[in-house]
Structure formats: structure tokens, C-alpha cells
Design a binder for this molecule. Structure first.
Ligand SMILES: [Zn+2]
Length: 372
């Protein structure tokens, strides 16, 4: 029994415990939000919200990851037998976004595997696995110009019908949880990172970026020790810290709950919660001390409190020990964020140097698969 429980927890770590139900409201009920102006002015205006608030987090357009041309994710499947399943699932997930106000030119489009291989760096390959979890690259990470990487192009990993993590979604009585999970992955694929991983919201200790010292997330409402595998991960972290020439030598093993890089290196799931990226593009980015009310608690890109299972509450709302409920649909700020990201991405005049040409540490970060 204990073994089964442990196995189940392990599965829950990696699969995306999100939400239930499809929102039935059509676009007429919630009209699409108007896109804000181009990047720089959006950033400088971002602390003065007028009309619908713009709250979202993504990579900086043009500085690292790429956006999908024409807002259209072109995809294929690794196996021919999965084509119908993948096309059905991605289109249903896209429809959930559209039903909540995303313009319908944000599309997913199937192309043949041969076509996809020809232009692999700009085609999403959908893979089905029976173990592990749902995941997706964020946007289209660039391929290493030196060609010394296994990464060939963006990937979305989905679970097969018989996978353990899928069964929990299927058994859910109150709605189409699977579709919400895939819609979350589609949010990543279009370019959104996790709402809770926006460094603006975290105390400075968690990112060491002098621009921000937020109050929304820190140890009282980030119960990191509830993440399964905490003790074993501390052991792995200590070995990394003690290794000769370690880049973590100033840290302690407990810092797996504070330092994204150490958590990632120790293969600890806190890295899915901590603010790993500081080169981001988001609203509130100018706000030195973001508060609870600055966070988009309704974002489909945010983990619910029990993302890792009913006995493993990790992330709560601040100060009140309030739980973060499971998602059912993208929020209005998710929608506004995607529109803004693509508006800014196409309006930018000059493209900065790509990180893949200069900074491989950054590159691997931008390429990382993002669970949930
Ligand atoms: Zn995710």
C-alpha cells in the first residue's frame, strides 16, 4: 500500500494536475481584448493598468526564443498512428483558448512528418509517452548554431490513454481535465511560462535580481518541503556543492528550495516552481515590490495548490493559507498576454544576438521542457 502510494506520488510529481471543465461562454460573451502597443512602451506602461489588466509572463521576444510565424503552431507526430489523436486534442485545446477570447488566428496546423522533419526547428513534434508527464517547450527555442546539441526543434509530450497520469484525468467526474492540461501545454508552446515562476513576484532571495523584491511568493506560502523527494534531493545537492570547483559552493543543501539552478541540477521538482528565468517579458516587470494583488491567480499557467497531489500542498496564496484552485480555462490576462507577446514580437525593429551563439548555459535554460 505504502509502495503504491509512493508510486502514485511520483507520478503526480510529473503530471499536470490542473483543472476541470470547459468554459461554455463563447467569444461574444467575453470579447477578445485589444492588444497593447509594442514591447518597450508596454513595459514602461505596465505598472499603470487601464482597462483590462495585462498580467502574464513570457520570454523576451527576439532575445532568445522565437515566436510562431503567423501565430500558427505547425505540428506533426512522431508516430503516424497518433495523427488523429493529436490533431483532435490540440484543436480542442485551442478551442478552449478561442472560447475564452483568444483571436482565432492563433492556430494549430498539422503538417506531414516529412514536412516537419524538413523544417524541424520550426515545427512542433508531438510525442506520446506512457510514463512521465505532459510537457512542452516554451515557444520555439533556437537550435544551437554550432550543431552540438541533441535538440533539433520544439517538442510537446503528451500521455497515452493507458498512462497512469492519464487515468487520473479520465476518472475525473467533473469535467474535461485533460483538455485543460493540454491547453496549458499549448500556452507554453505559444510562448507563456508559468505564472508563478515570474521572478517579479518572489522575494529577492529567490532570484538575486536587484530589480525586484516581491512579496507574493516566499517560504510561508511556498511549502517546498512538501515536494516529494525533498530529503533525497538534499543529499544530491550536497554532493553537487561538495564537488571540486562547484559553482554551487557558496550554497547549502537546503537552498534547493531557494535556488533554481541548484534545484534543477539536483533534479528536484522545486525547479518547476522557483523563478528560474530573469530574462523575461511580463507585466508588473517595473514593479519593485509586487504584492498578492499583482498576481494573476486565475492564470491557466499557474499551478494549483495540490498540483503534486492531495497530500502535497506546495503553493498557496500569501498570508491567508488560501489554496489556489485548479484551473478550468485560460484567464483574460493569459489571453491579453499572448496577444501582447505576438504584437510586440512582430513589431520589434531589430533582433538582438541569439543566446545560442554566445551563452550555452542560457540556451539550455530556454530550451528546457516545462512540465504541467
Ligand atoms: Zn507548465
Amino acid at each position: 500500500m505504502a509502495l503504491m502510494a509512493a508510486m502514485l506520488l511520483k507520478l503526480l510529481v510529473v503530471f499536470c494536475w490542473l483543472s476541470t471543465g470547459i468554459d461554455a461562454s463563447g467569444r461574444g460573451f467575453q470579447p477578445a481584448l485589444r492588444a497593447p502597443g509594442p514591447g518597450p512602451s508596454l513595459r514602461s506602461n505596465s505598472t499603470h493598468a487601464h482597462g483590462p489588466n495585462k498580467r502574464f509572463a513570457s520570454f523576451e521576444p527576439g532575445s532568445n526564443n522565437n515566436l510562431w510565424p503567423g501565430r500558427t503552431i505547425t505540428f506533426s507526430t512522431e508516430n503516424l498512428k497518433d495523427v488523429i489523436n493529436a490533431a483532435t486534442q490540440l484543436r480542442r485545446a485551442q478551442a478552449l483558448w478561442t472560447a475564452n477570447g483568444l483571436p482565432d488566428d492563433f492556430q494549430v496546423e498539422y503538417i506531414s512528418r516529412t514536412e516537419c522533419e524538413k523544417r524541424r526547428s520550426t515545427c512542433l513534434m508531438v510525442k506520446y509517452v506512457s510514463k512521465g508527464g505532459f510537457s512542452s517547450n516554451v515557444g520555439m527555442p533556437p537550435v544551437d548554431s554550432k550543431g552540438d546539441s541533441d535538440y533539433k526543434g520544439p517538442v510537446m509530450t503528451l500521455l497515452t490513454e493507458d498512462a497512469e497520469g492519464r487515468r487520473a484525468l479520465n476518472d475525473n467526474p467533473s469535467g474535461d481535465k485533460l483538455n485543460v492540461v493540454i491547453a496549458h501545454e499549448l500556452g507554453h508552446a505559444w510562448g507563456l511560462i508559468h505564472e508563478h515562476a515570474n521572478p517579479v513576484y518572489w522575494k529577492r532571495l529567490y532570484h538575486n535580481d536587484e530589480r525586484w523584491d516581491g512579496n507574493a511568493f516566499w517560504s510561508p506560502n511556498f511549502v517546498c518541503t512538501n515536494i516529494p523527494g525533498y530529503s533525497a534531493a538534499k543529499g544530491r545537492a550536497q554532493k553537487l556543492i561538495d564537488a571540486p570547483g562547484s559553482k554551487f559552493k557558496t550554497l547549502s543543501a537546503e537552498d534547493i528550495c531557494v535556488n533554481w539552478g541548484l534545484a534543477k541540477a539536483a533534479d528536484f521538482a522545486a525547479s518547476d516552481f522557483l523563478p528560474g528565468r530573469t530574462k523575461i517579458w511580463a507585466d508588473r516587470i517595473d514593479k519593485a515590490q509586487a504584492q498578492e494583488e499583482d498576481v494573476d491567480w486565475d492564470s491557466i499557467m499557474m499551478y494549483s495548490t495540490f498540483h503534486l497531489g492531495p497530500n502535497n500542498g506546495v503553493l498557496y496564496k500569501p498570508f491567508q493559507e488560501d489554496t489556489i484552485p485548479e484551473r478550468t480555462k485560460p484567464s483574460q490576462r493569459d489571453i491579453a498576454g499572448l496577444i501582447a507577446l505576438y504584437e510586440a514580437g512582430y513589431k520589434r525593429e531589430a533582433r538582438g544576438p541569439l543566446h545560442n551563439e554566445q551563452d550555452s548555459a542560457e540556451l539550455s535554460e530556454f530550451r528546457k521542457l516545462t512540465c504541467g
